[in-house]
Ligand binder design. Sequence first.
Ligand SMILES: Cc1cc2nc3c(=O)[nH]c(=O)nc-3n(C[C@H](O)[C@H](O)[C@H](O)COP(=O)(O)OP(=O)(O)OC[C@H]3O[C@@H](n4cnc5c(N)ncnc54)[C@H](O)[C@@H]3O)c2cc1C
Length: 325
Amino acid sequence: MRRERGAPVPVSQASILAAGRGRAQPRTARIGYGSAMSATFDVAVAGLGAMGAAAACHLARRGLRVVGFDRFSPPHDRGSSHGETRIIRVAYFEDPRYVPLVRRAWELWTALEHDAGERLLERTGGLMIGPPDGELVRGALASAKAHGLEHEALSPPASAARFPAHHLVPGDVAVWEPLAGVLRPEPCVEAHLEGARRAGAELHVDEPVLAWEPDGEGVRLRTARGDWLSVHASPMHGGTQHSTVLILEEPGPGELTSLILTSHGVTGAQARVVALVLRGYSTKQIARQLAISQYTIQEHLRAVFDKLGVRSRQELAAALMRPSH
Ligand SMILES: Cc1cc2nc3c(=O)[nH]c(=O)nc-3n(C[C@H](O)[C@H](O)[C@H](O)COP(=O)(O)OP(=O)(O)OC[C@H]3O[C@@H](n4cnc5c(N)ncnc54)[C@H](O)[C@@H]3O)c2cc1C
């Protein structure tokens, strides 16, 4: 249950953060996350589209403990990775430095296709058409030459003979590269997610990441579905010197408020103001009760709003009564 020293700990809101050890008094430690409360992870991936799914898969295959989240259930049509096809080229006009990356990408897509046992990639060849001194043609030829890639520069008649469907406007030329093709993005995302799961990644779909924050040597992610748990630690009577009992339980309403405020860095003075806000006191009444100025109360409230990401007393009350993070 203890944090591992030295290990990077980006986690879902997940990890049990410092439960304490060998303390005489039970004490509330920190926050855990419902379904994965004892887990710590090396990497948390926020967003499981084309990029995140691939990252989760490859990192998990390298033996890292990976947790991933997506606000929807990928593959879906509310991001950039849906539809029938995506082009993959090698003679990258953008810059020759991309070429080794794309060569490697071809190897990896081919391997993924093999693992998935379904068609993900089709080699069709690619035709790039434009003015000879334009960015596309000039750049593709530069990449092809720099890396010795198979290609053909086609004059308009040669292009018309080979590819009659394409009518070049006067002055344009074409570059044909045989090692280009199309990927099927949605099955690709699925295959990477499946690969990630098989390699042990824990993937949470329909669970948006709300925020992340530094936490010791790692980060802590807050998602929309985390349940709050309190962790109490106390020494075990009659046990070995270092034995500790951990009790995990749902916190009561008052404790929950305190946990949430503490986890957001709300100070004691600010928490006292919040307590009175929750009891329906006006700024004037709080000032009188705490014997501080109304201006200070407003400063405290502004700081609390910032820390919890809320804009009004109503939102504050809702965040503390029905926490979504
Ligand atoms: C029309 C079009 C044509 C394209 N054509 C090509 C092409 O031919 N060749 C090519 O190489 N590239 C092409 N691209 C680019 C390529 O498709 C994208 O670069 C790629 O799909 C981006 O993947 P991604 O994982 O970054 O984004 P996405 O697939 O959008 O993934 C992001 C994921 O993050 C999730 N998310 C967002 N916010 C949160 C949150 N708070 N918590 C949890 N999850 C969250 C989303 O639900 C989504 O699943 C094209 C893009 C478009 C749109």
